[in-house]
Write a protein that binds this ligand. Structure first.
Ligand code: SD4
Length: 309
C-alpha cells in the first residue's frame, strides 16, 4: 500500500514554550551552569548553553579532568576528548587533542563547518588552528605534580585512578531552551594516567552522550569502557523511545552494565537521562556521584535517584 505523504496537521497544538533547564554531571560543575544560565534563561539556545557551560569548566585549571589542567596520561601528556550533539544528524566530536584549549568549541566547529562528525589526534589540533580557535599548553604545574606523585607511587601496570568527586569532574551537560530544543555535550581529559592514545566514551556518539529531539538525551561520566560496551547513552534514549520513564532508562543502563562486566570496587558510572519534555533522572553504580541542576526554580546539586550497588 502506498502511504500518503506526510502533511502538517492543521489542528495540531502549537509547540508549548518550555522552561529552560540545565543539568551537569558532578556538583563541582555547578559553577559552569551558573555561568551559562543567564543567557539560557533569557532566550539563549540550548547549544550555546552547552558550549558555554563546558567552556567554563575547560577554562578552570583547578578542574582536574577537563580542559587545561586536566589529568595527564601515563606518560605525562594531557589529551582531551569532547563532543556535542543536537540530533542524530547534528553531531561533532574530537578525540585525543593535545593543544586545543576548548575542545567543545572544536567539536562544535566539526559539527557546523565540516561534513564529518569526529576528528582525532594531531589533525584535530591542526583543524582547531585552521579555524582560528585557541590552542596552548594543557599541562599545568599542578597537573604535572599530580602525575609525578602518581608515577612515584604506582607501577605503570595500574593505569587508572578511582572515579570519585575529587578526581573525576568530567563534564557532561544537558540543556533544553525555551523553544524546547535539546542539546548534549561532554568534555574530559579522560581517565587519569590512561594509556597514551586511549579515547574514552565522551566523544563517541551513543556512549558518553546521545540526543534525539523527539525523545530525549543522556550523558554519562565515569569509566568510559563500561559505557562503551553497552552504548550507554544510546540505550538510555532508546529506553525512553519505547515509552519508559527517565528513571526506567537509568535503571536499564546500570543493570546492563552489571550484567556485562565483572565490576570492581573502583568501577563507577554516573548518568543523567532527560526526556524531551524536561523530565529527568540520575543514577550511578555506586554512591559518590552527584548532579548539578539549574532551572528557574532550582539551583542545587542532587544525589542520584538510583544507586545500583
Ligand atoms: C572517560 N568517561 O574518558 C570519561 C571519564 C569520566 O568522570 O567521565 N570521568 O572514560
Amino acid at each position: 500500500m502506498e502511504l500518503a505523504p506526510w502533511a502538517p496537521n492543521p489542528n495540531a497544538p502549537t509547540t508549548e514554550t518550555m522552561s529552560p533547564l540545565l543539568l551537569a554531571t558532578w556538583s563541582i560543575n555547578h559553577p559552569a551552569l551558573t555561568a551559562a544560565w543567564p543567557a539560557l534563561s533569557t532566550g539563549g539556545t540550548a547549544v550555546d548553553a552547552v558550549e558555554s557551560a563546558i567552556r567554563f569548566a575547560e577554562s578552570d585549571p583547578r578542574n582536574a579532568t577537563v580542559g587545561v589542567g586536566g589529568s595527564p596520561d601515563r606518560d605525562g601528556t594531557v589529551s582531551l576528548d569532547a563532543a556535542i550533539m543536537l540530533s542524530p544528524s547534528r553531531t561533532g566530536a574530537v578525540g585525543s587533542v593535545r593543544r586545543a584549549l576548548h575542545p567543545i568549541t572544536v567539536a562544535r566547529c566539526v559539527m557546523e563547518r565540516t561534513p564529518h562528525y569526529l576528528l582525532a589526534g594531531e589533525a584535530a589540533d591542526q583543524f582547531a588552528i585552521e579555524q582560528g580557535l585557541e590552542t596552548g599548553e594543557l599541562l599545568t604545574e599542578s597537573s604535572r605534580r599530580r602525575w609525578q606523585e602518581w608515577r612515584a607511587s604506582n607501577s605503570i601496570t595500574r593505569p587508572i585512578a578511582n572515579i570519585e568527586e575529587q578526581n573525576h569532574d568530567t563534564i557532561g551537560v544537558l540543556a533544553i531552551d525555551s523553544n524546547g530544543t535539546l542539546a548534549a555535550g561532554c568534555s574530559t581529559s579522560g581517565l587519569a594516567w590512561k594509556l597514551p592514545g586511549r579515547v574514552g566514551d565522551s566523544p563517541i556518539i551513543g556512549q558518553g552522550l546521545y540526543a534525539d529531539p523527539s525523545v530525549g538525551a543522556c550523558v554519562c561520566t565515569g569509566h568510559g569502557e563500561l559505557a562503551a560496551g553497552i552504548c550507554a547513552s544510546f540505550l538510555a534514549v532508546e529506553t525512553l523511545r519505547h515509552g519508559n520513564s527517565p528513571t526506567d532508562a537509568v535503571r536499564q543502563v546500570l543493570s546492563r552494565i552489571k550484567e556485562n562486566y565483572q565490576l570492581t570496587d573502583q568501577d563507577q558510572i554516573g548518568l543523567i537521562v532527560l526526556s524531551h519534555i524536561g523530565h529527568f533522572s540520575t543514577g550511578s553504580l555506586r554512591p559518590g556521584y552527584t548532579t548539578a541542576v539549574r532551572t528557574a526554580d532550582r539551583d542545587e546539586a542532587i544525589e542520584p535517584e538510583l544507586v545500583l550497588l
